[in-house]
Design a protein. Structure first.
Length: 624
């Protein structure tokens, strides 16, 4: 057989040796019969060490990977072709990748007498291929594990590639998203990219913008997108990186709410400062009107036309005074008179009052914490604020509904009071302006628009917080939170003022810089039977007293140039220790209360006041 092999070998050894590929002949036992120079260089084994030997004697690696099996199949005439395989030569330590193409070698009669194998060294290309595959795998891994959503899409918006993060962000699988496009996830009206943005991208710009996509479950996802145009397969496509900015948007929205509340607070404070600036002069004007009206009213028979006219003037002045007080409430930085308060007790009183006045078809529910901590505050201001909220709630339920008053301890430092109704509720626009001074949805003559503004100012003055929640048809909920002052405090109730009888024939020293007030009070005093000495400043008053004037009562305006009431009072009290003093002021705040309480025989007289008010205060002081 070997002789037949050699006789049929027509290939020149010279040609075989010069070919830059490995050429191998296997006999019917698959032993090597030809081993050219290329194979010697590839393996490092000379032909003398290989010829006549079986492949597995020299190359054990051929047993795995299908190399030996392919030779056996080729010899049997059942298979031929190419196979790639890694090689390792134990004798030389050489390794790499080879490609072997095997075909049957036949005699002239067509019988298979061996196998011809052509071997190529593909180590370099295989390494490059593997490096590319590793790079692609690494890219694919990084692509899918990226924290940002990444997509490649056509200019029309069809998805060409989508990473796992982008798919997961939208609630779909990657395979599902590859069958989708921007039109499937954009909000209505955003289905197509704006032409201006597309033009910038096509001009080579990298564009950053924000979009809102629709999640599979319907909720909205705010995203920040950085996009650019790249070439892929000879066409321009868009590569876009998407970052979920939900948390950032929530922070921005919360900051916007805080800023809106700050602007609201600043508007209210500005109005309060304006109100404080004009209150003194306005109360002087109203005081003159009320004083003269009440004095002239007392001089005419009840029921007469003149009496009725002055009664109308007096009521108008009183109403104006209440308006000024409401405006002054906006300027209040601290409660007028602080004490420990039980808000449950205040709410019980409010409920009792409502049941006998405004409540008709409206049901009232009280849900009060039995262990509610007390707070430090102004009982009158808080009562007025809560009543304001209750009246608003009742007005919002003209037919029927439920008004709920709740209290609870938030923790050891804060308590919460909630006024909730099931009424009409407010639209977003109305809710946004609810705290604006003078804004009201009530008909003309039914509200001033100061209610909620004053409530907010009262809560703020008590170092509290206030939030309003409302939707059309779902009612309104107002939450007020106040710092607690610790358990065990009681809420003292203010004593009823003692009735005062009129006193007559008194010498009154009136200290006021406003000539309108001077003439008005002088007239009232004369009607009441008193004698008045008028001066325009504290300095003049002290000079008169040092010169020998001894009045029975002093009416001292608190707000004047120079010493003013606060600077005059201690000097006045030193000169006249026992003479009663009425401190007249249009702002009876805590500083005025403290000043009056610091000296015996001193009382506050709030402007504007009527003749009856003045008579009562003078009578009360005259008896002390």
């Amino acid at each position: 057989m070997k002789k037949a092999w050699r006789e049929t070998d027509l290939v020149s050894q010279l040609i075989i040796g010069s070919v830059q590929e490995g050429i191998i002949f296997h006999d019917l036992e698959l032993r090597y019969q030809v081993w050219n120079a290329f194979m010697e260089r590839l393996t490092g084994l000379p032909a003398s060490a290989v010829l006549g030997r079986h492949p597995l004697e020299l190359f054990p690696f051929m047993k795995v990977g299908g190399v030996m099996a392919r030779l056996e199949q080729t010899l049997a005439g059942t298979d031929s072709g190419s196979i790639d395989f890694p090689y390792y030569i134990p004798a030389t330590g050489k390794s790499g990748w080879a490609q072997q193409t095997s075909t049957p070698f036949r005699d002239p009669a067509g019988g298979i007498i061996g196998v011809i194998a052509i071997v190529r060294d593909i180590t370099e290309s295989k390494n490059a291929e593997m490096a590319l595959r590793e790079s692609e795998e690494r890219y694919r891994t990084q692509f899918n594990l990226a924290s940002e959503g990444i997509i490649v899409h056509t200019l029309e918006g069809g998805f060409l590639e989508v990473n796992e993060t982008f798919a997961r962000l939208h609630g779909y699988s990657r395979q599902e998203m590859l069958r989708m496009g921007l039109k499937d996830i954009n909000l209505p009206g955003q289905a197509k990219m704006p032409q201006e943005r597309l033009d910038r991208l096509l001009a080579g710009e990298s564009v950053t913008f924000e979009v809102r996509h629709v999640h599979r479950d319907g909720h909205i996802i705010p995203l920040e997108v950085m996009a650019g145009v790249v070439l892929s397969g000879g066409q321009s496509v868009i590569l876009a990186f998407h970052r979920d900015i939900t948390e950032r948007k929530q922070v921005e929205e919360e900051r916007a709410k805080v800023e809106a509340r700050l602007r609201q607070s600043e508007r209210i404070e500005s109005l309060g400062l304006l109100a404080g600036g004009v209150a003194h002069d306005m109360n002087n004007v109203l005081g003159a009107i009320l004083g003269l009206a009440s004095a002239n009213q007392a001089s005419h028979e009840a029921g007469s036309a003149v009496h009725k006219a002055f009664d109308t003037i007096a009521k108008a002045a009183v109403r104006g005074g209440e308006m000024v007080k409401s405006l002054l409430a906006l300027a209040r930085q601290s409660p007028d008179e602080e004490r420990d308060l039980d808000l449950n007790a205040i709410l019980w009183e409010e409920a009792h009052l409502l049941e006998h006045t405004t409540l008709a078809k409206v049901r009232l529910d009280l849900v009060l914490a039995p262990d509610l901590l007390p707070i430090r505050g102004d009982e009158g201001a808080l009562t007025h604020a809560i009543m304001n909220l209750c009246v608003n709630a009742v007005d919002a339920m003209p037919d029927n509904g439920t008004l709920t008053l709740r209290t609870r301890n938030l923790d050891q430092d804060w308590i919460e009071v909630m006024v909730e109704d099931t009424g009409d509720g407010m639209t977003g626009d109305v809710l946004a302006r609810a705290l604006d001074p003078f804004f009201t949805t009530k008909p003309v003559g039914k509200g001033t628009g100061l209610g909620l503004s004053m409530v907010y100012s009262t809560v703020k003055a008590h170092h509290g917080r206030m939030d309003i929640e409302s939707e059309p048809g779902l009612g309104t909920r107002v939450r007020m939170r106040f710092p607690a002052c610790g358990p065990g405090a009681e809420a003292p109730r203010s004593e009823e003022p003692r009735p005062a009888s009129a006193a007559a024939g008194l010498k009154v020293l009136l200290v006021d810089d406003d000539e309108l007030i001077q003439s008005t009070i002088q007239m009232i005093l004369e009607v009441l039977g008193h004698a008045a000495t008028l001066v325009g400043s504290g300095e003049e008053a002290l000079a008169e007293i040092e010169a020998g004037l001894r009045p029975d009562v002093v009416i001292l305006d608190l707000n004047m140039p120079g010493l003013g009431g606060a600077g005059t009072l201690p000097r006045l009290r030193a000169l006249l220790p026992g003479v009663p003093v009425l401190l007249a002021t249009g702002r009876a705040d805590q500083s005025a209360l403290d000043l009056a309480a610091a000296y015996p025989g001193v009382a506050l007289l709030a402007k504007p006041f009527s003749m009856a008010d003045l008579q009562k205060h003078i009578g009360a002081l005259a008896r002390t």
